[in-house]
Design a protein around this ligand. Structure first.
Ligand code: COA
Length: 149
C-alpha cells in the first residue's frame, strides 16, 4: 500500500478538510473556525495523505494539561487502511510532548467505527452524556486516555 503521510495542515489543505467536514459532521464546523484552530498555538490540525491524495484529518485542542479530540475523519474510499489510527497516535504524541497528561473525546453512541477506533487506540469509556448531539439528537459516550510515556 502507498505510504501514509501525516503533517500539520497547511492553508492548501483547508478546502479538502472542509469538504470532508461537511460530509461527516452535523452541523459542520465553518471554514473560519477550522482556520482559527490551525492558527491557534493550542490547536493541532493534522492532514493525512496517501500517494499525494488527501485522505483525512484530525483536530485536537489543548485545555491546560488536558487534550480534547474535537474531530477525526477519513475519506470514505480511504477507510479501514489505518489512517485514523495513525492520525490519532500522532495527535496523542503531540499532546504528550507538549505536557498534556490526559485526553478526552465524545462520540455518538451509534458510531460503531469510531467507538471501535478509540477502543483499539486504548481509550476508556468514562460515561454517557445525555442528548449531547443535535441533528439528530443523540447521547455521547465520553472517553478518556491517560497520556503516559
Ligand atoms: C471513524 C473513522 C475516522 C475511522 O477511520 P479509518 O481510517 O477507517 O480507521 P482505521 O482504518 O484507522 O481503523 C482503526 C480501527 O478502528 C476500528 N474501526 C474502523 N472502522 C470500523 C468499522 N467500520 N467498524 C468497526 N470498527 C472499525 C477497528 O478496530 C480498526 O482496526 P482494524 O481495521 O484493524 O479492525 C472513519 O470511519 C470516519 O471518518 N467516520 C466518519 C467521521 C466520524 O464519525 N468521526 C469520528 C467522530 S467521533
Amino acid at each position: 500500500m502507498t505510504e501514509l503521510e501525516i503533517r500539520a495542515a497547511g492553508a492548501a489543505d483547508m478546502e479538502d478538510i472542509l469538504a470532508l467536514e461537511k460530509l461527516c459532521f452535523r452541523p459542520p464546523w465553518t471554514a473560519a473556525s477550522l482556520a482559527a484552530e490551525r492558527e491557534d498555538p493550542d490547536g493541532l490540525l493534522l492532514a493525512a495523505s496517501r500517494g499525494g491524495r488527501f485522505a483525512g484529518f484530525c483536530l485536537m485542542h489543548r485545555a491546560g494539561d488536558q487534550a480534547e479530540l474535537y474531530q477525526i475523519a477519513v475519506r470514505p474510499e480511504e477507510r479501514r487502511n489505518g489512517t485514523a489510527l495513525a492520525l490519532l497516535r500522532r495527535a496523542e504524541a503531540w499532546a504528550r510532548e507538549n505536557g498534556m497528561t490526559e485526553a478526552f473525546l465524545e462520540v455518538r453512541v451509534s458510531n460503531a467505527p469510531a467507538v471501535g477506533l478509540y477502543g483499539k487506540a486504548g481509550w476508556r469509556r468514562l460515561g454517557v452524556r445525555k442528548n449531547y448531539y443535535v441533528e439528530p439528537v443523540e447521547d455521547a459516550v465520553l472517553c478518556g486516555k491517560e497520556l503516559k510515556e
